[in-house]
Design a protein around this ligand. Structure first.
Ligand SMILES: Cc1ncc(COP(=O)(O)O)c(C=O)c1O
Length: 470
């Protein structure tokens, strides 16, 4: 049992106080409203402790953290070194902005990230998270082209169903109509092209992943041509697209995208909010797929979530116009590059290096994938895909035809049964229907073969039960 008090300072139970005062992110609150008030009478899970790849709720129940919190806790929970790094930094210099001033922690971290980044991506602009990094990259692309004599290059291209964050610019880049509709009109100029979901590739390309990748890349060229290259500033792509359920890039895809971007003078932004820091096997996932972007946006695993920070890492070319005259990037965040977060990031990267976590992911990924592939004998498991320690399991109604669930079935299966059943079985992960229904996994990078089997066992029992319900 947890020794966490069960009551708030007002003497209310945590679940009741959460229901009455906490506004959850992307949360359907009706689930937690009392039945007599028209709700479902559920209790919001309250997580009180983490250690390694486990978390505990307020009632002392233990769960396997199959999603690293939110694709974030690379080194696992409960690392005293990271707590100590934060405490030491807060005692020394808790806060100072990066607005025409600097502090050693931001300087050290910028230098270190530039060292990990490929090519001449040497300039680091800190934010507090991934959406702000994406927002910053779009603003930088616009200003860069204004400063270099191409002022009409303002639009951006991204892919269907991709998630790039919630600020209004980042949301324009996001390709999930349901997440955007209620906030329209958004920032104009966010164009969408097909993603690299090979499982649902157009029929004539289903036998040839390379040809599919070339086809998908050409859709970017086509969009640039259609809109006019003089109007397009950047293409935002994740190395492995999260939303929709872990779409890896087909072989040759990024090579062709890089050529297209060069041909039309369009910046390639690698949104590595999830994929960086070992998630796929390298510090930056563009290295896993052998391309050099113009900008990397990142966050999450940089501190393993122990303190918030994000970063936009830009090439020397993009910084060049900002070196002279009265030019400046008129953009910033009070907490961007926070000293405590920067110190935690340095300690986190120390752990990743000393424990060889990237190599661990690269070595173990085939074993993890093989374990998950074994679930393909379950009737509703249509596809298992991903890379590194980052996988999506797509659920289908009919494996032969790949028919997906309709909205009602998806609602019943994902929200009505799966999310709860997985959690009750002891696995915290994500059942998602922002594209076709998928279960997503992104565990801490510290786990290995025994834990792959443990995760697979929990999934097998719940997915088999779900299959029987249909
Ligand atoms: C690819 C990608 N970009 C941007 C974001 C937004 O990051 P944040 O929630 O830190 O703003 C996310 C969050 O999951 C993401 O996965």
């Amino acid at each position: 049992m947890s020794d966490q008090p069960k009551l708030t300072r007002n003497g209310t139970s945590y679940t009741e106080a959460a229901r009455d005062h906490l506004w959850g992110h992307f949360t359907r609150h009706s689930v937690y409203e009392p039945v007599e008030a028209g709700g479902r009478g559920g209790q919001m899970p309250v997580i009180v402790r983490g250690q390694g790849h486990h978390i505990w709720d307020i009632d002392g129940n233990r769960y396997f953290d199959g999603l690293s919190g939110l694709f974030t806790v690379q080194v696992g929970h409960g690392r005293a070194e990271l707590a100590e790094a934060a405490a030491k930094q807060a005692a020394e210099l808790a806060y100072f902005p990066l607005w025409s001033y600097a502090h050693p922690q931001a300087i050290e971290l910028a230098e270190r990230l530039a060292g990990y980044a490929p090519g001449d991506l040497n300039r680091v602009f800190f934010t507090t998270g991934g959406g702000e990094a994406v927002e910053s990259a779009w603003k930088l692309a616009k200003q860069y082209f204004k400063l270099t004599g191409k002022p009409t290059k303002t639009k951006v291209i991204s892919r269907a169903v991709a998630y790039h964050g919630t600020p209004q610019g980042a949301l324009s880049i996001t390709g999930i109509p349901a997440a955007k509709a209620v906030f329209e009109p958004l920032v104009p100029g966010g164009l969408k092209v097909p993603n690299t979901g090979f499982y649902r590739a157009p029929e004539h390309l289903q036998a040839d992943e390379y040809a599919f990748g070339q086809w998908a890349a050409e859709r970017i060229a086509e969009m640039i041509e259609f809109e006019g290259a003089d109007t397009v500033a950047a293409v935002f792509l994740e190395p492995v697209q999260n939303s929709g359920g872990c779409f890896p890039p087909p072989p040759g895809y990024f090579e062709r995208v890089r050529q297209i971007c060069d041909e039309y003078d369009v910046l390639l932004v690698s949104d590595e909010t999830i994929c960086a820091f070992g998630r796929i096997g390298s510090m930056f996932a563009c290295d896993d797929f052998d391309y050099v972007p113009d900008i990397i946006t990142t966050a999450k695993g940089l501190t393993s979530g122990y303190s918030p920070i994000g970063a936009m890492i830009a090439s020397d070319r993009l910084f060049e116009p900002f070196k002279s005259g009265t030019n400046s990037f008129a953009h910033g965040f009070t907490f961007g590059g926070h000293p405590v977060s920067a110190a935690v990031a340095m300690a986190n990267l120390d752990i990743m290096e000393s424990e060889g976590l990237n190599k661990r992911v690269a070595d173990n990924a085939p074993l993890f994938k093989a374990q998950l592939d074994s679930l393909l004998d379950i009737p509703i498991v249509g596809d298992v895909r991903g890379a590194g320690y980052f996988y999506g399991i797509e659920l289908v109604k009919d494996k032969a035809t790949k028919e997906t669930f309709n909205e009602d079935e998806s609602e019943r299966l994902l929200r009505g049964f799966l999310s709860k059943a997985l959690y009750e079985a002891g696995l915290y992960c994500r059942a998602d229907d922002r594209g076709d229904p998928v279960v997503q996994l992104a565990p801490p990078l510290t786990i290995g073969e025994p834990e792959f089997a443990e995760i697979t066992g929990m999934l097998r029992s719940v997915l088999t039960e779900a299959s029987n319900l249909l």
